[in-house]
Design a binder for this molecule. Structure first.
Ligand SMILES: CC(C)=CCC/C(C)=C/CC/C(C)=C/CC/C(C)=C/[C@@H]1[C@@H](COP(=O)(O)OP(=O)(O)O)[C@]1(C)CC/C=C(\C)CC/C=C(\C)CCC=C(C)C
Ligand SMILES: Nc1ncnc2c1ncn2[C@@H]1O[C@H](COP(=O)(O)OP(=O)(O)OP(=O)(O)O)[C@@H](O)[C@H]1O
Ligand SMILES: [Mn+2]
Length: 310
């Protein structure tokens, strides 16, 4: 279903819009329990739009991360960008595009974050190391901060800005920095969870300057050494990710009310992975950190409360 892009050729006999959204729903549910749960809490039109965006992001990610990744070249990504241009000009090329084209007609979504995400995937083609956090941050913006910008255009901002009277009727602040911060926080979390998996593919996303700072070598990482140096290094990375979560939290009260609960939920659920990494004593080599479904459910009422009062 998530095959490599074909050269742009307008297709006939594409599926209906409803059927296309149903496909997107199924793919989102299959690939990400966290984000699917978040979208379940959204009003139907926004929820469907997020599924369509999710699927485009997932397809983009699969090009460099999926089973066909070895066949992906700069040319493949250029074809995918051409495909994107067709979609933005209102021409779906396959069934999944039908949903995205409909979403683009309903919401004021810009093409730039989509192009930026493809640029992020290009980085994955020729880079397997990041010297500094600044370099990693650019990668995180491209592959995940962009999701925040796409999502914001669907979620929309709240006219009042806040529940408290003295802050109401403020100008319609668009929390772009905060949306990007949530993407970066999620991506940093994802990187920490997947350290072992990435190492098996010869990839290190942790900034090398941080490895040096804690006197932990690349060889140690490939061997999966867990000692005090590693734990200190991981504590440092986790604190950095939490910093970005805190930054992003400030933006949520500016979002449209009907989507604050889903965003708080997605934020808390994904951040929960960091707590699990700690509980696993920073063993990200032999254990995959995940938040069990029952625990995910416990987060939801807390997220709801935060959406009401913060
Ligand atoms: C509830 C809601 C609105 C969710 C947005 C859902 C969405 C459109 C997600 C797209 C995710 C995606 C497939 C991105 C491609 C690149 C990638 C893989 C990024 C990583 C995601 C992790 O996904 P997963 O765990 O499935 O990855 P594995 O393959 O399993 O390893 C990322 C970590 C990035 C996801 C980034 C976001 C969801 C950004 C969220 C930001 C907002 C919703 C903005 C909210 C606004 C404010 C003001 C805070
Ligand atoms: N059909 C599939 N083909 C290939 N990979 C898949 C498929 N379905 C899920 N995956 C991947 O399998 C892994 C296992 O999923 P994971 O433990 O991350 O749970 P998840 O459903 O993605 O929940 P979360 O959103 O909390 O990460 C993920 O990396 C996911 O992207
Ligand atoms: Mn996942």
């Amino acid at each position: 279903m998530l095959q490599l892009p074909k050269p742009p050729q307008p297709q006939k006999n594409l599926t209906s819009v409803d059927e296309a959204y149903e496909l997107c729903r199924q793919i989102t549910a299959k690939y990400s329990k966290t984000f699917y749960l978040g979208t379940a809490l959204m009003p139907p039109e926004k929820r469907q739009a997020i599924w369509a965006i999710y699927v485009w992001c997932r397809r983009t990610d699969e090009l460099v991360d999926g089973p066909q990744a070895q066949f992906t070249t700069l040319e493949t990504l250029q074809e995918w960008e051409d495909h994107l241009e067709m979609v933005f000009s209102g021409h779906p090329l396959d069934d999944l595009d039908v949903a995205l084209v409909d979403t683009l007609e309903r919401f004021p979504i810009k093409i730039d974050p989509f192009r930026d995400m493809i640029a992020g995937q290009r980085m994955d083609l020729y880079r397997s190391r990041y010297e500094t956090f600044e370099e990693l941050k650019l990668y995180c913006y491209r592959v995940a901060g962009t999701v925040g910008l796409m999502s914001n255009a669907v979620i929309g901002v709240d006219g009042d800005g806040s529940r408290v009277p003295w802050r109401s009727h403020r100008d319609h602040y668009i929390p772009e920095e905060e949306a990007i911060a949530l993407g970066i926080a999620n991506q940093l979390t994802n990187i920490l969870r997947d350290v072992g998996e990435d190492a098996q593919r010869g990839r290190i996303y942790l900034p090398l300057e941080d490895l040096e700072r804690f006197n932990y070598s690349q060889e140690d990482l490939f061997k999966g050494v867990i000692d005090d140096r590693w734990r200190e290094l991981m504590r440092f990375q986790i604190e950095r990710a939490r910093h970005y979560y805190r930054e992003s939290e400030r933006g949520i009260c500016h979002l449209c009310r009907d989507s604050r609960w889903p965003v708080w939920s997605a934020l808390m659920l994904y951040q929960g992975i960091l707590d699990v990494i700690e509980a696993n004593n920073y063993d990200v080599f032999k254990k995959r950190a995940f938040v069990p479904t029952a625990k995910k459910m416990l987060y939801l009422p807390v997220a709801w409360l935060r959406a009401q009062v913060l």
